[in-house]
Design a protein around this ligand. Structure first.
Ligand code: FES
Length: 191
């Protein structure tokens, strides 16, 4: 038990404080499971086995139930991703409007298979199910930002722009309230 305790993951003071603040918002601390997963992912880059155990301890839920939540939602990365993780929606609306072209384009441009990371560590991609933006498909999510009404040309332009400017496309649950913290850096639209 002592050895097990010694290897328990501890996040930064900021993250440890943040999860306590979030838990205090709810009558039942299990309600903070999604925020806790976000906080762990922000620090570790993805939801590792240690992160699942950390969340489990923080919100007093069995690891298997934390794992169920993590695997249900695409915004939790189950394996390491690049600085910019492209999630291409492959569900019906996006599929009918040309998602296959986007997938081929990303594949050829980045020269990595889904789940792999480019050699410069900048990009990774995967195909995911509906991201809830069906009226503006085909679309993708890069980190926490949606890019909609894409075609091969605009997607290539976007990838080049991100590689060059390396903007912050991630929300922060540690520094900000949920839904804040994402700067408008001209990346909501391709101009
Ligand atoms: S089908 Fe692509 S966002 Fe819903």
């Amino acid at each position: 038990v002592t050895n097990q305790k010694a290897t328990e993951l501890r996040l930064s003071d900021k993250a440890e404080t943040r999860i306590e603040e979030v838990k205090a918002l709810y009558p039942d601390q299990r309600s903070a499971v999604m925020a806790a997963l976000y906080i762990a992912q922000e620090e570790l880059g993805y939801v590792s086995k240690e992160a699942i155990e950390w969340v489990s301890r923080k919100v007093d839920m069995a690891p298997v139930h934390v794992q169920e939540v993590a695997t249900f939602y695409t915004m939790y990365y189950k394996k390491p991703v690049a600085k910019y993780h492209i999630q291409l929606c492959r569900t019906l609306s996006c599929a009918l409007r040309g998602m296959k072209d986007l997938s081929k384009t990303v594949h050829e441009k980045l020269k990595v298979a889904p789940g792999e990371i480019t050699s410069d560590g900048l990009f990774s991609f995967e195909e995911v199910e509906c991201l809830g933006s069906c009226g503006t498909g085909p679309m993708c999510q890069i980190n926490d930002r949606f890019f909609e009404n894409l075609d091969a040309e605009s997607l290539l332009k976007l990838i080049d722009k991100i590689a060059k400017e390396q903007p912050n496309l991630s929300l922060s649950t540690v520094n900000d309230s949920l839904g804040e913290g994402l700067p408008e850096a001209g990346f909501s639209q391709l101009k």
